[in-house]
Design a protein around this ligand. Structure first.
Ligand code: MG
Length: 253
């Protein structure tokens, strides 16, 4: 979609969340916002997701060598490894649109301005110590920005130990495991209250949606970009679809 097209879509897209079917979660801030001049996982992309009125906006965090939590999808930026670089060093790198890598502190400042659910992905880190430090700092920053609220924030991770840490330290918050390789009963037994699996997992195990729901777990699915897949997952009754094409899902619902 060209920049003009996406701005026209902002005007025509309802600010109301979906009335039926799954909630819509924009991937990496708002993935497609590059066409509007923003980079994925940038503060500008989050702002755009909020302006569209999507239910949720997902984003990824890592921790630097000097314990600054930053928002970025990959574990590297500009050829630098985030875990082994200081925040000052990372500032040499730029996002594709010229912005610098946002800190979680800066990102949450924008997050607190909108009603869109912040879907915070705790990325796997180099070691357990770094991963735990990152989770602790994320909790501190959420509290600082008055976002320590299950209605405003939820957690997802591929790191099973990080999910277990959240279960213990953020009870009451939606906390979903991402990998898609563990059946809901086992995840539930470890105190994790949701799953957010790739759509392929729900082709292999369509019964996992009901089995998770029967345990009171939430069920999200990523990253679903075609109408065919969306229709299949709506039929399975998933709670939320994370997508690079949120407008496609919006108009389908
Ligand atoms: Mg992510």
């Amino acid at each position: 979609m060209a920049a003009v097209g996406i701005m026209a879509a902002i005007v025509s897209c309802s600010a109301q969340p979906a009335k039926k079917g799954p909630a819509i979660c924009a991937h990496r801030g708002f993935w497609n916002c590059a066409d509007a001049g923003h980079a994925q996982n940038s503060i500008a992309s989050l702002k755009l997701a909020q302006e569209f009125g999507f239910w949720g906006s997902e984003f990824d965090v890592h921790i630097t060598a000097d314990s600054v939590v930053v928002v970025n999808h990959d574990p590297t930026i500009g050829g630098m490894i985030i875990n082994t670089s200081t925040y000052q060093e990372l500032l040499k790198a730029k996002l594709p649109n010229g912005e610098r890598i946002p800190t979680l502190d800066e990102y949450l400042e924008q997050g607190a301005k909108g009603g869109t659910m912040l879907v915070l992905e705790l990325k796997p880190q180099a070691n357990r110590k770094a991963a735990t430090k990152m989770s602790e700092l994320a909790v501190e920053l959420l509290k600082k920005h008055n976002l320590w609220d299950p209605e405003k924030v939820m957690f997802i991770s591929f790191d099973y130990e990080a999910c277990k840490w959240i279960a213990k330290n953020a009870p009451g918050f939606t906390n979903q495991y991402l990998e898609g390789n563990i059946e809901p009963e086992k995840v539930h037994a470890d105190g994790i209250n949701g799953i957010d699996y790739h759509f392929i997992a729900f082709h292999k195990h369509p019964d996992w949606v009901k089995r998770a729901h029967d345990l009171g777990m939430s069920v999200n699915v990523w990253t679903v970009d075609t109408q065919e897949e969306m229709k299949y997952l709506i039929g399975l009754g998933v709670d939320c679809i994370t997508t690079n094409e949120p407008l496609l899902l919006h108009y389908l619902l």
